[in-house]
Design a protein. Structure first.
Lengths: 293, 229
């Protein structure tokens, strides 16, 4: 099993293969399954992602039970269609897809965690925005997920992907960094550029707290996936332009772990601090559950 | 300047499969508080084997603070009823147990987790005759660890990783079972036991992965009450 991003990058460069290919081999060694079987399984994850996006964007979209988040993805899509957006097509599409996924998640619909359910909108946000732009085949999209999972494994094993342990930087931060790295690879960037994009993306979200209002995975989780997706696109572009991050990707993961360990428990998925502890946050909790934060 | 600090740091390989990262496909809203919780519930249900009459869930730390909003109750109870994390019926699990007159007690405990993780749940189930206890945590991305189990009044502490197989047998039969596992290419990563009767122990073996070949048929004759979690 690859122990660091540096090791993954080095191996991919030396052998002249993609990170997606390395992950396919690693999974095959771990599970004893043939490559075709793994691709088929990843294809099912991809299908789950695209079903969630279309569910969240069809008609008026979905609403969660306490109605904290409802129909935002569909509203954004209508605004996008009117054609007068400040940011461009790709960014808007990424935003819509991210919100759509997390609205479905909040409504207890079926999503594919990547790496978690709270951050499940970030990867599909980026992936389906690039689909048209780069004319990606289904196999390219599976490679995107394979590449992203390789980076995610390093984060999960060296640091954490749980909001309760490391805050939202561990969830949306990790998802954003995984998406950035994979976006670079499917755009034809080098393995090192993937690592740079990963490092930019995670560095930019260090310190992000997990402060869910009323303990629900709704506010601010749904909108934070927008940040995750847009940040990933920006980080990928920076890396593809040849910009380099001062702190190497593996050390950014160490920093994320360090920040998570220093984060007070009120800001690690307890619903006791941050947005959850504001007067409005408290009022919402009281309205839903009859108790204050 | 060429610093390679992170290289050579041996990582804890808690997550091994790419599908631990891209996946699981699951009912929202939270992989740790919903999908992981459903898995913990399912393991508890497997331990009891029968449908419970009473369910008690003790929550600690983050689980205690956010279980309602994260659908954790629905997920654990659904898991106990045998549902998987991607089963949309999880959302109805509390209605199902109400209709079946299964009692549910939920406690939000204020003390720190006894197993040192913010996402901790301790589940006690009884079917009127047998009682089981399982304490575990949800470590993120839908991945869980099981740290304590009580079966027929006997306690066993576990390192956390899954899968785990539990059974009762004599030390002599254990040797046979370990041989069989080795023949199947299965790697035992930890072995724990507690004494429960003369010349018989309750054993828990943590395996690197669950053997694909008909494990139960191959080792059943050497032991009693085989449970694969």
């Amino acid at each position: 099993m690859y122990q660091s991003i540096a090791e993954i990058v080095q191996t991919a460069q030396q052998r002249g293969v993609t990170i997606a290919k390395l992950m396919l081999e690693q999974e095959s060694t771990y599970s004893g399954k043939m490559a075709e079987e793994i691709i088929k399984q990843m294809s099912e994850q991809l299908t789950a992602m695209s079903l969630a996006v279309s569910k969240g964007l069809t008609g008026n979209g979905v609403a969660s039970n306490p109605f904290l988040t409802q129909h935002q993805a569909a509203k954004l899509a209508k605004y996008h269609q009117r054609g007068k957006t400040l940011s461009g097509d790709i960014v808007l599409t990424a935003m819509e897809n991210a919100i759509a996924t997390n609205e479905v998640d909040a409504a207890m619909g079926v999503v594919c965690a990547a790496p978690t359910a709270g951050s499940s909108g970030t990867l599909p946000g980026v992936l389906f925005a690039l689909e048209k732009k780069l004319n990606l085949s289904r196999r390219n999209e599976i490679d995107f997920l394979l590449c992203a999972s390789g980076f995610g494994l390093i984060v999960a094993n060296h640091a954490t992907i749980a909001g309760a342990t490391g805050g939202c930087q561990a969830e949306v931060g990790s998802a954003s960094a995984m998406a950035a790295a994979a976006a670079v690879e499917v755009s034809g960037g080098t393995p090192q550029q993937s690592a740079e994009a990963f490092a930019f993306s995670l560095s930019n979200l260090l310190g992000l707290v997990c402060d869910p209002v009323a303990g629900l995975v709704e506010v601010p989780c749904v909108d934070r996936n927008v940040v995750g997706a847009v940040n990933a696109l920006a980080a990928a572009d920076m890396a593809l332009a040849g910009l380099t991050n001062t702190i190497p990707a593996d050390e950014v993961i160490m920093a994320m772990k360090d920040v998570g360990e220093r984060m007070p428990r009120e800001l690690r998925e307890t619903g006791l601090g941050g947005l959850a502890a504001t007067p409005t946050g408290n009022q919402i909790k009281f309205n839903i559950f009859g108790t204050e934060a | 300047m060429n610093i390679t600090v992170a290289r050579g740091v041996k990582m804890e390989e808690k997550y091994q499969s790419i599908f631990d990262i891209v996946g699981p496909v699951m009912v929202g809203p939270s992989s740790s508080h919903t999908a992981g919780a459903a898995k913990l519930g399912k393991k508890a249900g497997q331990l009891l084997k029968n449908r419970p009459q009473k369910i008690k869930i003790d929550y600690y730390e983050s689980f205690a603070k956010t279980h309602v909003g994260h659908g954790t109750d629905l997920a654990i109870v659904g898991g106990i009823l045998g549902m998987d994390a991607d089963n949309p019926a999880l959302a109805n699990s509390l209605e199902i147990i109400k209709a079946q007159a299964i009692s549910l007690q939920i406690n939000e405990l204020s003390e720190p987790s006894p197993i040192g993780h913010p996402n901790t749940a301790a589940i006690t189930l009884s079917d009127g005759k047998n009682k089981i206890f399982l304490c575990g945590c949800s470590i993120g991305g839908g991945k869980i660890e099981v740290k304590q189990i009580e079966l027929d009044g006997y306690n066993i502490e576990l390192p956390g990783s899954l899968p785990v197989i539990l059974f009762k047998c004599s030390p002599r039969s254990l040797v046979k079972i370990l041989e069989k596992l080795s023949d199947m290419g299965s790697i035992v990563t930890a072995q724990n036991f507690c004494y429960f009767a003369e010349r018989e122990n309750l054993y828990a073996l943590n395996l690197k992965e669950m053997p694909v070949n008909d494990l139960e048929r191959k080792i059943q004759k050497y032991c009693d009450n085989l449970i694969c979690l």
